[in-house]
Design a protein around this ligand. Sequence first.
Ligand code: UD1
Length: 385
Amino acid sequence: MPFRLLLVVGARPNFMKMAPIIHELKKHPGAFEWRLVHTGQHYDAAMSEIFFEQLGIPQPDVDLGVGSGSHAQQTAAVMAAFEPQVLEWRPDLVVVVGDVNSTLACALVATKLQVAVAHVEAGLRSFDRSMPEEINRMLTDQISDLLFTTEASAEENLRREGIDRSKIHFTGNVMIDTLLTHSAEARRRGVCERLGLTARQYGVLTLHRPSNVDDPQAFERLFKAIGRIAEDLPIVFPVHPRTRPALERSASVAPLIAGKRLLLFDPLGYLDFLGLMADSAVVLTDSGGIQEETTVLGIPCLTMRETTERPVTISDGTNLLVGTDPAHILDGWQRVRQGRAAGSNSRVPPLWDGRAAERIIGVLRTYAAAAGAAGTTERRVATGT
Ligand code: UD1
């Protein structure tokens, strides 16, 4: 009997993490039976559909269609909609990725039904509990049976939180599997020329953290620095839906747009965004994953947050954690301009080599074989009662 995996995606950053796992699973047709569930946390075509198309992810078997809401509403809606899926299909293992609300919600449902959970990208910690993702990460890790990590700090964090070493597998970075698979194709699309930009003479900006965009004062402070940097080079800004209202009420943004120093776009697809980052002079962001992608691309990244859960991007990569104080952001920019930011002597972190999904499936095969031998897959019959 093949081992049954229920794969969960919900929000934009999940798609590039699940894609290589799906591609790898297809190479082992006899070993696994799998289904893909989309919770519908992200539902706009530009936030979801285009990623499925570009990354070759099959249509989800089930779309829970939960949509937006407060944290409690969204998490509860995912849980209520996901539980019948687990009861009906009775997987041996639920696979969740990343740190979004859907990740925690589905892990919690599975573990309460005594279905094992695998967490891909486990152990990252910002040590800032005001970030919703930090809560999602900590709780998901506590209830996971298999924890796949991307960098050494993650294992230390998990061990400190009492997770048994036998559950932790350092398999590398699946998001980088996706980047390496698609980077040549992304460059061929010539997005930079299409937008009338010259390679290495523009910056890219992304902003969507609640702490940066929901509070108007925090947003204005950031734009003091961003506006100053935009005097030196034009900045391309694909706008996350969450950030739209902040832009509309901001006083500092309109003149930058009018002067063509800030070029606003709707959210871009995976390939255009990757191509845009690859040819840029600098990336300014508050995202998690972009810190990793710029490290592999060798592009300087100014991270406008006080903490990062991805310290290897600083120790090994091109990331500068500049915080949200305009003076510090501008210091970071000066370092980049003078070539003093990491970059030339940066390196790609260990196991960010395009083979993380292959290693994960290797671990899953061993796990499935052990579960089969122990007869624990039988429990999928018991959990429905
Ligand atoms: C979520 C994740 C965050 C991740 C980000 C990437 C959580 C807690 N946060 O944040 O970790 O970095 O996704 O994008 O899970 N909206 C739309 N269309 C969509 C999706 C969202 O308009 O397709 C708008 C809605 O107004 C919604 C808001 O964006 O209320 C926020 O969406 P939500 O899923 O709650 O969180 P994100 O800020 O996207």
